[in-house]
Design a protein around this ligand. Structure first.
Ligand code: CTP
Length: 407
């Protein structure tokens, strides 16, 4: 981190006291730290103590003629390598998601083109609220990075749950990882490469109001698309029905059925790499009703299933125009690696990312994933990590493989 410039925005929350320690931790690692205190942040720590720890005065208000004269909010937003928001309160997160700019902190967050790392801190009920969930999903889609919040005792006596700000050391480590990766990313390892990615479930209609679906959330596929775009790739994401925003800087094609997904994939080839993370329904209804099927006295209707096209196998076995790297996913509930190896062979792809989706694993719909990368050469088991980290590791492996196959 030596010589890196970090802009630390301190929001108003009891966790603000930990931000004083964070300043020390970042400076110990060689970073130059500048601080902005929001109006609410002021209530918890003083500009004097923040300034003393940073070694320069803390900035406080958008219309502070002194700070505008010295540097100006646009320069503060640009003259940095990373922006950290700690504590990121529910209110500050909502302002970021809405693109507000009515004070110095929010104006900088809107003006900056640098990576933003937030360390949320709030009461567990506020963290769990649908509005916060929505805002966090938006920020993630915008490429904002997050550390924590952790689970445990809250400052309010007797309260516990998820909402504690990550510890200063965890935040400093996350910042270090981002700064290291961004120096590697500076050359955009996938620039000029086209990636085609599928994500989410498919819905197979029974009649105009009913359909067959599965529990895929699309989180892993969308995270891969976002990581590929961040690595400079030209990304097309073919997504089934999901409750996720389209990732930034990605062309997203929305489909419903497996047949539509197959068509959209064909239309968006050729690609250098194809990653099939969608949980495509293996079967659809032969002839979905054109009108709602009515309940009758003669018993339940008989549904005839027909096999859907296997998109991964079709693309992996293309005679001409096959992507250089075709990657499938294997969602298994038992014998994960054995099934993945068999799938690799049967479908003809280059790699399979295998994961355990048994209900105990919490993978389906959850934020974490434990995967095994299965290729002809062997199996690599990755430690449990967030779906965002799985996505970044996979994209780094893709970039390395493309580089290797060129030489
Ligand atoms: N897949 C696909 N098209 C399908 C079915 C699956 O592209 N019609 C892709 C998925 O996107 C995933 C991989 O194939 O990358 C594995 O899917 P999975 O459903 O786990 O495998 P199946 O072929 O259905 O095998 P099984 O039913 O034995 O699990």
């Amino acid at each position: 981190m030596t010589g890196k410039r970090i802009l630390l925005i301190i929001g108003g929350g009891i966790a603000a006291y930990k931000s004083l320690d964070l300043i020390r931790r970042l400076r110990e690692r060689g970073a130059r730290v500048r601080c902005i205190l929001t109006k609410a942040g002021h209530e918890f720590v003083t500009p004097l103590s923040v300034g003393a720890l940073c070694g320069e005065r803390a900035f406080t208000d958008l219309f502070d003629p002194q700070s505008e004269f010295d540097v100006g909010h646009i320069r503060l937003a640009r003259d940095t390598d990373l922006v950290i928001v700690a504590p990121a309160t529910a209110d500050l997160i909502a302002k970021m998601a809405g693109g507000h700019a009515d004070d110095l902190a929010s104006a900088i967050l809107l003006a900056t083109e640098k990576t933003v790392l937030i360390a949320p801190a709030m009461n567990p009920a506020m963290w769990a609220h649908a509005a916060t969930r929505r805002n966090i999903a938006l920020l993630k889609a915008d490429g904002v990075r997050m550390v924590g919040p952790n689970t445990g005792e809250m400052a309010e006596s007797g309260e516990s749950g998820t909402g504690r700000m990550a510890e200063p050391l965890e935040i400093a480590d996350a910042a270090l990882r981002i700064l290291n990766a961004s120096s590697a990313h500076a050359e955009k390892p996938l620039a000029g490469k086209r990636l085609l990615i599928t994500s989410g479930p498919t819905h197979e209609p029974i009649d105009p109001v009913r359909y067959i679906a599965n529990r895929s959330s699309g989180k892993q596929g969308h995270a891969i698309a976002a990581a590929a775009a961040q690595a400079g790739a030209d990304v097309v994401l073919v997504s089934g029905p999901v409750h996720l925003p389209d990732p930034a800087a990605v062309k997203t094609v929305h489909v419903t059925t497996a047949h539509e997904m197959m068509l959209a994939v064909k239309e968006n080839l050729p690609a250098d790499v194809a990653i099939f993370a969608a949980a495509v329904a293996d079967w659809g209804i032969g002839e979905p009703g054109t009108q709602k099927i009515k309940k009758t006295t003669s018993g339940a209707p008989r549904l005839t299933l027909t096999e859907n096209p296997d998109i991964l196998a079709t693309v992996a076995q293309l005679k001409s125009g096959r992507p250089r790297l075709v990657i499938g996913f294997a969602a298994e509930t038992e014998k994960v690696i054995d099934h993945a190896k068999e799938k690799l062979e049967r479908k003809g792809c280059d790699w399979i990312v295998a994961n355990d989706v048994s209900p105990e694993s919490g993978v389906m719909g959850g934020d974490r994933n434990t995967v095994h990368l299965v290729a002809a050469g062997g199996v690599e088991s990755w430690p449990p990590q967030s779906k965002d980290d799985v996505a970044r590791s996979l994209i780094a492996r893709v970039a390395a493989a493309l580089k290797e196959s060129r030489t």
